[in-house]
Structures are given as structure tokens and as C-alpha cells.
Design a protein around this ligand. Sequence first.
Ligand code: GLC
Length: 542
Amino acid sequence: MQHTPPHRPAWWRNSVIYQLYVRSFADTNGDGIGDLDGVTDHLDHIESLGVDGLWLNPCYPSPNRDGGYDVADYTTIDERYGGLPAFERLRDGAHARGLKLLIDLVPNHCSAEHEWFRQAVAGAPGSPERARFIFRDGRGTDGTLPPNNWRSVFGGSAWTRLLTPSGEPEQWYLHSFDASQPDFDWTNPEVADMFDDVLRTWFDRGIDGVRIDVAYAMVKHPDLPDLDDPAGDNPYTWNQPGVHDIFRRWRSIADSYGRDLTLVGEVWLPPAEAADYVRAGELTQVFNFDLLQQPFEATAFRRSITDCLDSLKQVEGVATWTLNSHDVHRMVTRYGITRPEPLATSDVTVQRNRPRGTVDLALGTSRAKAALLLMLALPGSVYLYQGEELGLPEVQDLPDAARQDPIWERSHHTEHGRDGSRVPLPWDAGAAHFGFAPAAVTPWLPQPDWFADFAVSGQNDDPGSVLAFYRHALAARQQIDPAAAIEWLEIDRDDALAFRRGALVCVAVFDGPPVEPPTEWGTPFITSSTEGGAVATWFVAE
Ligand code: GLC
């Protein structure tokens, strides 16, 4: 059932959504971690950006071994975030301003403290309680070897062996991520039924959509075969065909509400495979992560954009762009690295998403602003990540003792992980903890002194700030006809690209001298820099 009248496209097809890593946004209750009233208190800031809605990273009760992606109870909000009353205040506050509200749904795994997993641990091998997860006997003498050679995304084996209360080793369970995040067995109908209920619970509470965590992981190859190359990608976990059935089921639940709910999948696959997730009757959106993984080069950007749009054309899907998230290093740092440090990992995705090294901040910032303006000119929807509107760099030098990402431990301290993009935001340069939390508490991750230079207080009224640029660029985007397709313009340079969308021409110079605009492009409307170097500019024909 599709309830959208044909003359009014669904809101999510052209929206800009602001991602909130709630733990790091604003702490009102003085426990050192951000909370939902902190978001409500700062709705003026979010609204001032000109976005259309918010996506909250997980706020469920959780032992927080993986920043809340280890969910202990899917049906409510953790008291540390203010519980359901704070959620309702935020929902109502957001809706009163016309902002949509998305939550994060984590269906591949739960927390080891989820009631079902506790029951599974207490249950016997072969019991119905164990059948909700992926338990297997070990291999080798006395089952001392894991059931197969799969690796956890965070490092180490993807299997952990249970011990009986008296300390006897017994079965193993699968966890694609941390050992505290057991994978569900989605062949068990109880699991699917439970998530139907979870979806309905939150839709009934008035949310406008869900972001679906690792949406391409839930279905495993039934034989759990060994991998030829355990260090490579795992085709037996990622993108198994059966996963699409789950989304057809979820889409019919979402459509039954008749109010344009969005289902946006986190799918780290090449554009052609990612596009399969937005076939008719499946998800409404799928993140396009290919663009953020490109080096800052015109040819790479153009190829990525073309691949993505061409793939989506096949399925009549709409693009969903992003350049930042809580899982990758912040873009001013990624684009500003002049001397890369060698990384211990051979994982190409990690090398692209979380590079480290010496950063030229001015270079990184000018590239990031150009990339943003280019992205905002593309057809489709956009997801921004809190702090990017301040030009915040990655915190590369967190004290080791402060690191909380499970990747740090599981990689035996060779990979820093993702904490550096999750450091609490600086609101007020002159206040304790830069206004993130009351003076008396210690924020959950330490903020470096240089965060003062990026505080909202210093940027709010400065027309030359990154914050002012974000507001200006998002306002300018309102002028673009959402229905206008993109048409590449040949400008005979491989360090620049240009395209037309309706009356608008966007030109981006990645390196080298400015492009001389032909008169038919019209007059400059907005530019990311007046100082040369990396620069994107929009022209509008009179
Ligand atoms: C997703 C989340 C990431 C989390 C992982 C496991 O990739 O974005 O933060 O660690 O899933 O849930």
C-alpha cells in the first residue's frame, strides 16, 4: 500500500537529517553523558541549521560496551538519557518545529544482558532459548576450537565460548561484533516476530522512521562455512539474499501506518549491491557510503556519484548521501592528512574510513566545505553528523586510558577505533567542559583544550565561520528543484568537475586554479571559499 499522493513526493526523498550521537551532544542531568533533554534544549541550534529532521543513535537501556549498539531492551529509553518522558518531550519539541524524528534499530544482535540472551545462557544446548541465537558446539578435541574461522568486525574470533556456572567450557555463540553483542538467529520466527513488535511500538510512539544498523548482516549462510580468507570480507554474513525478505515484511508494516515512514539501511556495499535494498517494497533509503570512502579527487568523486545514481536508477531509488558519521574519522581530518601514519590493519575499509596522520587543518577544512557544497547539490537526501557544522576535527590523540571503543581492546591496542569522532561537543568556549556538562562532572570522553576554538559560542555570530557556511549552504539548497536530474558538464579538466541541476550549475575544483565560468552558467550564488584551493561554487542562470 503506498499512501503518498503522486503529486507530493515523500519527505525523505529530499530531506537533510542531522545525526545525533546523544551521549556526546549535551548533558543536562549531570552524569557526564549527553541525554535527550540536552537535545531538546538545543533544538534552536539544530533548527538554525535548516535541516529537516534528527536521527538519534541508540538510546535504549544498554551496558554500553559498544556505545548503545548493545541493546538490553528494545522497548524503552535508558534512564540515563531521561527515559520515555524525555523521549516524548523531544519528539513533541521536534515535531512542533516541523522536524522529523528517526531512531536507530539494531536487529542483527542485542546485548549479552538482554533478557533473551540471559535465558539462552541459562538454557541447555538445543533448548528453545538457545535457538534465538547462533550457538554451536566447538570443533577439535573437547570442542576447544571455534565452530568456524569467522572474524569479528572489531577484531578476534567471531565466536566466544560459554562457561557453565561451575566454570566448565561448553557451547560457543556467534557475535559479528563485540563478544557482548550476540547475533540473533533470524531463521527463528520468534526473532522476526519480536522485531515486528519493536517496530510497531516505536511507530505507535510517533517516530518518523528508523535507521537500521548493519542492515545487510542478519541472515547467515545456513552451513556457516569456513572462509577461504578469514581476513577478507565475509560473504556468508554480509548480503545474504534472505535478508531482503525481512525488509519486505518491515516495509509492509511501515506502509500500514500511512504516514510516509522512512526505513534507511546501513549497508556498506558497493552502489550496485546497495541499490538492491531499495527495490520496490523494501527499504525506502540506503546510505551511500561509497562517496565518503573516496580520496579527495575529482575523477574519484565523479565516478562514485555516477555509479551510485546509475545503480539507483535501475530500481527507481533515491540517493542518500553522507560524508561523516560516528563510525568514521571526521572529514576535515580525512581530507587534511598530509603525512599518513601506517595503520596496523590490512582492512581497506578501515584504511579509507579511519586514516591517521599529520593534518593540515586549513586544507582539510577547505576541502570539507567544498565536498559539503558539492554533496548538497546532488539529487536525493543527505545525512549530517553532529559537530561537522562546527568544522570539528577528529581527536586523534585521546589518552589511551580514555578509549572506550571495543575495537581498541579487540585489536590489541593497534586500532584506535571511533572514539575520536565521538568526543562531547563544545558549545561554549568559556564554560566548564565547553558547556557540554555541568562543571562538577567528568565527561565520558575527555575534550582537548583546542575544542574551545570550535565552540558554537565563537561561531554563532561570525559570518566567516564554518557554522555560518553550513546554515547558508542548507538555505541555498532550498532553491534547488528536487525533481531536477543531474547532467555532467564537460570542462576538460581532471582536477575539477561540474554538473547542472535545473537552473543550478555546481562546479568543484579539487586542486589547481579556478574554473573560468562560461556566461551561460549565470552568476555565482554561493561558494565554499573565496581564497582559491579546493572550492565548490554554485551558479544560477538569470
Ligand atoms: C554499526 C554502527 C556501529 C556499531 C556496529 C555494531 O556499524 O554504526 O557504531 O558499532 O553497527 O552494532
